[in-house]
Design a protein around this ligand. Structure first.
Ligand SMILES: Cc1cc2nc3c(=O)[nH]c(=O)nc-3n(C[C@H](O)[C@H](O)[C@H](O)COP(=O)(O)OP(=O)(O)OC[C@H]3O[C@@H](n4cnc5c(N)ncnc54)[C@H](O)[C@@H]3O)c2cc1C
Length: 447
């Protein structure tokens, strides 16, 4: 039986599981289908309930995983096929080309600087975040290498002024590129790491167990919900998180999209979409603490900013969470037990008026704010369906992975040797993800 284990998903849960299993002596393949490990935590500003800087506490773990002799990190890699015979899983992986020689690239950024074309960033695009056609996922990415946008190679980005201009040769047919500015810049640095003709690579491995740690993603509001996508100054909680973040598109300035002015009054609407026909039928557990955190940090940026949270219920289920809510109250946030039902914009100022039913008095009230944040719930990863099929395990009615037994086998699946942890099991915070990762890694190692 092979001694190795495979972890699918390199967020905080996957990284923690990998470090535990590797410390027990197992060979670990840590796989992520994006360009870097880190997951959602790498994109957050601070983390409740301690308000530690998120990347400052995650990046040492990422670095440790990268340098652990028992861990092999495979980014940009997907699982294609899994066969189980006796106690061995034979797994076919495909490592999608980054068009970079990862051995040679040092992440110096010369190629990124040389690239003339920018496109909206996948995460921050709606709040003005741009990235180059060759870029790093984020400054602390692991592995610390650039990735070329595949559209660049086929001439699809000409209108965005990609440097290959009129070239019509398929990059996979060349072994040298005299045009691409990123290639030239890298050569000037003496590295020659940009390989535009690189192909996807097939990798076959054998493992004794698999941990699924594919995480969560924030739900996206429907267009028009509380004015989202219609009024510029209506954004979601992940977009607000990126606004607060010094590594985000505004360098941590809490400015509003319409006029880039610093905001003086902000409201959060909790449980957005909950109870609606297309909305989430479950509570995501963490949104109340996310809103509390975001108000506390806003006040730390500028004490004079007014913050209002419209809520119905309040969830403070974890260790230190109630105290964290009290801290938000002490910092001056106004909690209104109210149900907002309409938002309209002043076309001149672009301010927003929230109409709501005050649930304590039953009266209809209004509140005018400069920026409105929609607290969205957490939904399953969009790749779960495909992965469940490949692994032969089930999803629950919401699209998270189904646990074998809620009470006595919560991290197990219907296939012996495949375990779960973190957001793969449902909405979750960081500390709970890490606890689950410890348990899942022990099961995987002892199998
Ligand atoms: C706006 C916001 C603020 C938050 N703030 C806090 C906070 O302050 N404190 C706190 O405790 N929690 C917070 N959370 C929750 C926190 O982000 C999660 O608890 C945590 O990210 C879960 O970690 P994870 O590793 O399970 O999943 P993720 O962080 O989602 O990582 C999953 C990884 O798996 C990869 N992956 C997915 N599918 C596949 C696949 N098929 N193949 C290969 N790789 C795959 C993804 O690319 C990703 O890298 C916040 C969440 C949001 C949205």
């Amino acid at each position: 039986m092979p001694e190795a284990i495979l972890i699918v998903g390199g967020g905080v849960a996957g990284i923690s599981a990998a470090l535990n299993a590797a410390d027990y002596g197992s060979k670990v393949y840590l796989l992520d289908d994006t360009a870097s490990i880190g997951g959602m935590m790498a994109r957050l500003d601070k983390t409740f309930p301690t308000n530690d800087c998120s990347i400052c506490i995650e990046s040492p773990l990422m670095y440790e995983a990268d340098n652990h002799p028992n861990i092999e990190i495979l980014t940009n890699t997907e699982i294609r096929r899994v066969n189980k015979t006796n106690s061995t899983f034979t797994v076919r992986l495909v490592k999608k080309a980054k068009y970079i020689d990862e051995e040679k690239c040092t992440g110096c950024g010369a190629c990124v600087e040389a690239c003339p074309a920018s496109v909206p960033d996948e995460l921050d695009g709606k709040i003005g975040g741009m990235r180059k056609l060759i870029s790093m996922a984020f400054p602390q990415a692991v592995p610390s290498v650039s990735v070329v946008d595949p559209r660049c190679r086929y001439g699809k980005m000409r209108e965005q002024h990609a440097c290959i201009g009129e070239c019509v040769v398929d990059c996979s047919q060349c072994r040298e590129c005299p045009i691409a500015l990123c290639v030239k810049a890298c050569k000037e640095e003496g590295k020659d790491a940009v390989v535009l003709w690189q192909a996807d690579k097939r990798i076959d491995i054998e493992v004794k167990s698999i941990i699924v740690a594919t995480g969560i993603r924030p739900a996206e509001p429907d267009t028009g919900l509380y004015g989202y996508d219609i009024f510029e100054n209506v954004i979601t909680n992940i977009q607000f998180e990126r606004l607060m973040n010094a590594g985000g598109p505004t360098g941590g300035q809490i400015i509003r999209p319409s006029d880039k002015n610093h905001v003086k009054k902000i409201a959060w609407i909790q449980c957005v979409g909950r109870g609606l026909k297309e909305g989430l039928p479950y509570c995501s557990k963490v949104c109340c603490m996310i809103a509390a955190k975001q108000t506390i940090i806003t006040k730390e940026h500028d004490r004079s900013v007014e913050t209002v949270i419209f809520h119905n219920d309040l969830k403070a289920y974890g260790k230190g969470f109630w105290e964290f809510y009290r801290k938000a109250l002490q910092s001056g946030v106004r909690y209104i037990k109210g149900r907002p039902f309409d938002v309209f914009e002043d076309p001149g100022t672009k301010n927003l008026t929230v109409r709501y039913e005050d649930l304590d008095t039953g009266e209809i009230q209004e509140e005018e704010v400069e920026l409105l944040v929609l607290s969205m719930g957490l939904v399953p990863n969009d790749r779960n369906k495909r992965l469940a099929k490949v692994l032969g395990i089930e999803l629950n009615e919401h699209g998270f992975f189904r646990e074998k037994g809620t009470l006595l086998a919560p991290l197990e699946t219907s296939v012996e040797g495949i375990y779960l942890c973190g957001g793969a099991t449902g909405p979750i915070d960081i500390s709970e993800s890490v606890i689950q990762a410890s348990a899942a890694s022990l099961k995987a190692v002892l199998k």
